[in-house]
Write a protein that binds this ligand. Structure first.
Ligand SMILES: [Mn+2]
Length: 268
């Protein structure tokens, strides 16, 4: 195989925060555009909040959305799913529909000689104490057992109520409270021995360049446009797209952002 073999240049695609609910035409068109792109991909990672909420695998799916999920399963690339705060109850049945392999809450991958940590990102928002308390409560195994044992309409009502509360509370919280905590970001990089975090959740798409050549990449939430992070052996790109066009919003070149150990003692 030559070095120009497609597997050497194929992209790994990362998305998060699609917040799928209804089958609005623009959502379906974005999903179709993404699936077209992903047909050439090396791997696909979904970093949580694929659904606006997921209250168990017996949740009903619009047939148009279900058809797109089947589209993920038909990709030749492996699909990986990492849970978000809205869809941490995604189970085996849904994963099977997506043809996806479940990842733990954080997953380390290597690309272009870099170690990258993938996560949804809400665990980095530690300044929002009320949110973190609720997060711990919702992830408690006994709470989950009780919740999943309730009838579907009751679970839907609880999820709708939580969603309404989240909207009301978010509007009264200071903006920076709901963003990641900078110290938590550095600690996460240290603890995972990675150079770069890639996450969603905050809906603040950007590439943040950190000291020592490290970075934090935030993919955006889908609405009128979609967002993705494309990785290959050369670097990564943060892209915003519609079915008609794709705009590279920012990019990192692995060769220009040296790994942490290579910059020790280098210029600030
Ligand atoms: Mn989220």
């Amino acid at each position: 195989m030559s070095s120009n073999d497609v597997s050497d240049i194929a992209e790994t695609l990362i998305i998060a925060d699609l917040h799928l609910a209804g089958a609005e035409p623009h959502t379906l068109a974005l999903l179709d555009a993404f699936l077209d792109r992903a047909a050439q991909a090396r791997a696909v990672y979904i970093l949580g909040d694929l659904f606006d909420y997921w209250i168990g695998d017996d949740q009903r799916l619009d047939p148009e959305i279900a058809a797109r999920l089947a589209g993920f399963a038909e990709l030749s690339a492996p699909v990986h799913f990492l849970p978000g705060n809205r869809d941490f109850l995604v189970g085996d049945k849904l994963l099977e529909r997506l043809g996806a392999e479940a990842l733990a809450e954080q997953a380390c991958i290597e690309m272009g000689g870099r170690r990258l940590l993938l996560l949804h990102g809400d665990e980095l928002c530690i300044d929002d104490a009320a949110y973190q308390a609720m997060r711990a409560q919702l992830r408690d195994p006994s709470f989950i057992r009780d919740f999943l044992g309730r009838p579907l309409p009751e679970r839907i009502a609880i999820a709708e109520d939580l969603r309404r509360k989240s909207v009301t509370e978010s509007s009264s919280k200071a903006d920076d409270i709901m963003d990641v905590n900078p110290a938590a970001v550095l600690e996460m990089l240290e603890r995972s021995h990675t150079d770069c975090l890639i996450h969603g959740h905050t809906h603040r798409p950007a590439i943040h360049r950190l000291p020592d050549g490290r970075a934090r990449v935030v993919t955006g939430d889908w609405g009128e446009t979609g967002w993705l992070v494309a990785l290959d052996d050369e670097g990564l790109r943060l892209e915003r797209f519609t079915p008609a066009e794709t705009i590279v919003m920012d990019q990192l070149d692995w060769t220009q952002v040296p790994a942490a150990e290579q910059t020790a003692g280098g210029a600030a």
